[in-house]
Design a protein. Structure first.
Length: 84
């Protein structure tokens, strides 16, 4: 399943998440944001259960914004799981 998410409060403009039927992250891509860091995050969560990634990324704050691209990825994963 492929899910597109529009993040709020961060530099990236779109997050695309691909999940397997059993909730494993197959791929993550970001449009915009800090390219190298977001490629690193995408690589690290690939093959991880979405629930595990959510628990690790949720609540990370970037420069006092109250959110971050990793936090927004956790929200994208939650939305993808609920749509699954």
């Amino acid at each position: 399943m492929t899910y597109n998410f529009t993040p709020k409060g961060v530099c990236s403009r779109n997050i695309t998440v691909e999940l397997s039927d059993d909730g494993v992250i197959e791929n993550v891509s970001f449009l915009g944001g800090c390219n190298g860091n977001l490629q690193g995050i995408s690589s690290l969560v690939k093959g991880m259960k979405a629930d595990e990634a959510i628990s690790r990324l949720k609540g990370i704050n970037c420069s006092g914004r109250g959110t971050s691209c990793p936090d927004q990825l956790s929200k994208a994963l939650e939305a993808a799981l609920s749509a699954h």
